[in-house]
Structure formats: C-alpha cells, structure tokens
Design a protein around this ligand. Structure first.
Ligand code: ADP
Ligand code: MG
Length: 314
C-alpha cells in the first residue's frame, strides 16, 4: 500500500517540535517523566475494507484492540490505556454485546484500561488508540538496527494471509489448517511474552502488518542498512510450505508478529532464554551494510516481488 505512504509524506508530514518521535514508527513517543516515554498509536478497522459484515463481532472487538497493541509492543513498550471511537449505522445490542466482549477480553489479556472514546452514527468503522509506556533506554525504534545485528521473528508467518485467501475461496485447505488460518486472520494472537523476554537485548523492532518483506524493509530504510535472510529459517507453516504458497509468508499482511534485531553478541543469551521459556522465536538472518534485502534459499537468491522497488529507489 505504497500510496498510503505517499499520502502521508505529501499531506501529513510536518516537522516534529514537541514529540520525542513523531510520524514514521509503529507508535509516536513523547516524554512521560525523566526516565520514561509514552508510546501512542492508532488504527482503524472499516467494514467492507478490513472485515466483512458477516465477521463475528467478538473477533472484530478482539482484533481492533490487538492490532494497536501490536504497534505498542513493537516499540518495546507496555500497553496501558485505550480510547475507542466507534461509528455505526444503527445500534444493534447483540452485535455490541459480542463486540465489547471481544474488545474487553483483549484489554484483559494485555492489562489495558479503556479511558474514553466517541460514539457516532455512520458506516461501521472502529478506531482505537492505545497508550503505553517504555523506559527511554529500552525503546525499540525502526531506525536503530545495526550492521551485523541478528534478525529475529516471533511466531509463524503467512497464516492470516492464507485465512483471507480461504475466505475469498481462492485457496482450499484441510479443515485444521482452515480453522487455524481464519483464526490467525480474525483473532490475531500476539507474542508479548517472547518480545518482553528479549526486548532489553534488542536494538530495533517493527510489527508485521503489511508482510514480512514490506515491514522488514521499513526497518532497513529507516536504519539505512540492508539484510541477508535465509529463506529456510523464516517460520512458515508446514502446509503453506508443502503446497508452495510461501509468498503468503513473504508478502501477505495481517500477521501481527514482530521482527526484532539484536547484536550478535546477544545471540547466546537470546537462545538460552528461548530454550528456557519455550519462546516462539526464529533467527532468520543478519543486518548488512549493503543496503539491499536479499533472501537466499540454499545459497540461491530469491527474486523479490515488485512492491519492494520502492525501497530500492531511495
Ligand atoms: P503501522 O502499520 O505501524 O500502524 P502505518 O504504516 O499505518 O503504521 O503508518 C506509518 C506511519 O505514518 C506511522 O508512524 C503512522 O503514525 C503515520 N501515519 C499514518 N497515517 C497518518 C496520518 N493521516 N497523519 C499523520 N501520520 C500518519
Ligand atoms: Mg506497525
């Protein structure tokens, strides 16, 4: 969705004066006290664009909170407060009951308090803003990846994109895979535990909302570096691999997993933590000086799809 970035750059980019970090990361940052920063992020889900009218309201409630929390976690921050702005054509008690249950279940999972919002009439659209806090020494900016950093990824990639293909009847999968992937799409589970365990050893992070290649390239661009990735180390669901749909893991969106980079000096510490706590983490490659993204399979470079030329141009 490059057009989105062009719009932001052309119409909404202003010099930041008071913020610690303005536009350009998963969340904006501003001073909380001498040692800590607030992280704030907002995301909207619109009917017919982000979900169909038939989607379970519980899942919409869960997801609209989870996608925001994902951005807060990607700053190394802990979510605390939320605002909920909702526009709907006409109130439907049953829908609202299910929606609010999903919403508050997600709040409970991440210890978030709803402190305000707005309720209006209009086409169904839900916007959430989440506020979290982070110690200023442990904040994870997209722009802080260092050459030779290891690149780590939480969870499995590609399942949500597969779920969307299945719903649109573009791909047929066995029942278990179908259920798992539609769940990944509609009710994303975040890996806060894995992120929290290793974040103090990391230099940078981003959450994967637009696809592994697109989001990793945001880190590369912001940090003015490149990356060398081993295709076989990317955590891809077995069925997706077996059936040759790996593109879903490279370019598919909505994973809400997290890419983190950490000095290779931290590798053994992170590996020990992974082992001890059974973390859902994969080491997929390294940050390079050469400002390109290379993904290799058995020593052979994979030709990346168009979308990526945007980064190469700059
Ligand atoms: P994410 O996927 O992490 O939520 P986005 O890709 O949506 O981030 O946005 C990229 C950056 O642009 C973010 O820092 C976001 O806050 C900012 N941004 C998006 N839309 C606007 C807007 N209309 N005005 C100002 N900043 C925006
Ligand atoms: Mg993000």
């Amino acid at each position: 969705m490059h057009i989105e970035f062009e719009i932001i750059e052309k119409f909404f980019s202003k010099k930041k004066i008071k913020a610690y970090k303005g536009i350009g990361d998963d969340a904006a940052l501003f001073k909380k006290d001498d040692n800590n920063l607030w992280a704030i992020s907002t995301d909207t889900l619109n009917e017919k664009v982000h979900f169909e009218a038939t989607t379970d309201a519980y899942k919409i409630g869960w997801k609209v909170m989870a996608v925001n929390v994902s951005d807060i976690l990607a700053m190394g921050a802990s979510p605390m407060f939320a605002l909920l702005a909702i526009a709907m054509p006409k109130p439907n008690n049953n829908w609202l009951k299910q929606f609010s249950k999903g919403f508050f279940d997600c709040c409970k999972e991440f210890n978030i308090e709803l402190i305000g919002g707005d309720t209006t009439r209009g086409p169904l659209s839900i916007n959430v803003t989440v506020l979290g806090d982070v110690n200023k020494n442990s904040v994870l900016l997209r722009s802080n990846a260092k050459i030779e950093d290891d690149i780590w990824v939480t969870g499995d990639l590609g399942l949500a994109a597969l779920g969307l293909k299945i719903i649109k009847k573009k791909i047929k999968a066995p029942n278990v895979v179908t259920k798992k992937s539609i769940n990944a799409l509609e009710e994303p589970k975040l890996n806060q535990f894995s992120i929290d365990k290793i974040k103090s050893f990391c230099n940078s992070a981003i959450d994967i909302s637009d696809g592994f290649v697109a989001d990793l390239s945001h880190i590369l661009k912001a940090s003015k570096v490149g990356a060398s990735i081993n295709f076989k180390d990317i955590p891809i669901n077995k069925w997706i691999k077996k059936t040759g749909h790996e593109d879903l893991a490279l370019y598919g969106g909505d994973d809400y997993q997290t890419i983190l980079t950490a000095s290779k000096k931290m590798r053994s510490k992170i590996e020990k933590l992974t082992h001890k706590n059974n973390l859902n983490l994969s080491r997929v490659g390294i940050i390079t000086k050469d400002k390109k993204l290379r993904i290799s399979d058995n020593g052979k470079e994979i030709k990346l799809k168009k979308g990526f030329t945007h980064f190469e141009k700059k």
